[in-house]
Design a binder for this molecule. Structure first.
Ligand code: NAG
Length: 444
């Protein structure tokens, strides 16, 4: 693929006269796909490894320039943080202890707080609140730089709640691993963390997500490389009401339950259709991952969300294309068809093209940013929380409107040879307004 070039138009531009009409799209001024909540990242592995780094916090969560490993980076200004409640602990209980997948990466086992089933009292020694310090440190650094939406998510229940005590999954991968008698305990675990965070960390979680790609068949305790857990839809349907009621009983009724973080748009549609009305009523927000990339029924999932009155997030996206070409292409498809109100990249630091910054969470080593970092910056720095998402009318641009500043933002990509991308703004109320300014930024 060719390296994309970007056009950022800041402020209203009106009376734009067509010169060479290579391509023209009309921005639909009357459209409204919701108020943008923000851009974010999941902490988990990269922040468990690098959570004490101010330079990384500046790069990810502020809009200032940050110097990371000698390279000056424009701050991404992300404001959404997904904090991972771990499933791992090193202790044994009555001779029972964790079982680990032979393939698991130590950096992908995240220490959890409820280390012993003998007491659900968070003040008891069954809870180890000092663990996972670095991930919490990065969450605090994010908050102090302006992050304002926090989601608590789980890849797997605590190991001792699982049939095989293995937080990478059941031995086959496609069967439930959470013991039926621990379904409520799992909800107690997440709700207790949410309350503890509010009282002790100054973090009020906006939402809690109990599942991570629950319908997948790859959360396998014998071959898995990370924490993960399969949940049949019928099991999700049991857990969701427990989670809602355990949050409520702790005074956290305003904390949303999000579900189900399925891997693909199509799986999200199937799972949502499979949940019964009781379970659906507990859910405030549908989360979906973007791993179906250019495929999948984005519009169908949006329709489900709208008709159910639920918010919709793309809560996890990642791939190995370090150029950012795939990322921008899929983000545009999301804005055009899925209409999420938030978009969350999976890991800031990773290898193999997956990271925005290349690094090794096991070795603790960092190298430089990928081009994908700068591609995402074009989005995160300009499409800002509070803006109204508009219909760009095309598959090569996204548009948002800041009603307070009377500012229209268009982020566009040109995939081919040099050409004019024309934006017809005639549907706005005051075309031809004098004094309008134009900022154009291009990325090589
Ligand atoms: C939904 O399923 C749960 C159990 O999974 C059950 O308790 C509840 O009554 C069901 N609700 C409806 C409306 O069928």
């Amino acid at each position: 693929m060719k390296t994309p070039t970007f056009l950022i138009l800041g402020h209203a531009i009106f009376g734009f006269s067509t010169v060479f009409a290579d391509v023209t799209t009309t921005i639909v001024a009357s459209s409204n796909y919701g108020v943008w909540e923000g851009w974010g990242t999941s902490l988990a592995w990269w922040a468990v490894a690098f959570g004490d780094r101010d330079d990384l916090a500046d790069a990810v969560f502020s809009l200032k320039d940050a110097t990371v490993n000698g390279v000056k980076l424009p701050g991404l200004g992300m404001n959404i943080v997904r904090y991972n409640a771990g499933a791992t602990s090193a202790n044994s209980i009555n001779g029972e202890s964790i079982t680990k997948s032979p393939k698991v990466s130590p950096s992908r086992l995240v220490d959890g707080y409820w280390v012993d089933w003998t007491s659900s009292d968070p003040a008891s020694s069954s809870w180890l609140w000092s663990t996972d310090a670095k991930q919490r440190t990065m969450m605090q650094k994010a908050k102090s730089r302006g992050a304002n939406i926090f989601e608590l998510f789980s890849n797997s229940p605590m190991w001792w709640m699982l049939y095989n005590h293995n937080p990478s999954g059941s031995d086959g991968g496609s069967s439930d691993n959470l013991q039926t008698w621990n379904q409520q305990q799992f909800a107690v675990y997440l709700s207790t963390i949410a309350l503890y965070a509010k009282n002790n960390w100054g973090i009020t979680f906006y939402s809690v997500e109990a599942f991570n790609e629950p319908s997948a068949n790859w959360w396998n305790g014998l071959t898995g490389t990370q924490e993960g857990c399969h949940f049949n839809v019928a099991t999700q349907q049991n857990v969701l009401p427990y989670l809602r009621s355990e949050l409520n009983s702790r005074g956290l009724s305003s904390v949303l339950v999000s579900a189900s973080d399925e891997n693909s748009y199509d799986a999200a549609v199937a799972t949502w259709k499979g949940l019964n009305a009781t379970a659906k009523a507990t859910v405030g927000q549908i989360n979906v991952h973007g791993y179906q990339y250019a495929k999948g029924d984005r519009a169908g999932l949006y329709q489900q969300a709208v008709s159910s009155g639920k918010k919709l997030w793309n809560s996890e996206y990642g791939e190995s294309d370090a150029t950012g070409s795939q990322l921008i292409s899929n983000v545009i498809l999301d804005f055009r068809w899925l209409h999420p109100t938030a978009w969350v990249y999976w890991q800031i630091i990773d290898g193999g093209g997956w990271g925005l910054i290349t690094g090794d969470n096991v070795a603790g080593t960092l190298s430089g940013p990928t081009q994908k970092y700068f591609v995402l910056a074009q989005l995160t720095r300009h499409i800002r929380p509070g803006m109204r998402i508009l219909d760009s009318g095309c598959d090569y641009a996204i548009a948002a409107y800041d009603a307070t500043a009377h500012k229209l933002v268009i982020v566009a990509v040109n995939w081919g040879d040099a050409q004019y991308l024309n934006f017809d703004l005639s549907k706005f109320a005051t075309p031809g307004q004098s004094g309008a300014t134009i900022n154009v930024g291009a990325l090589k």
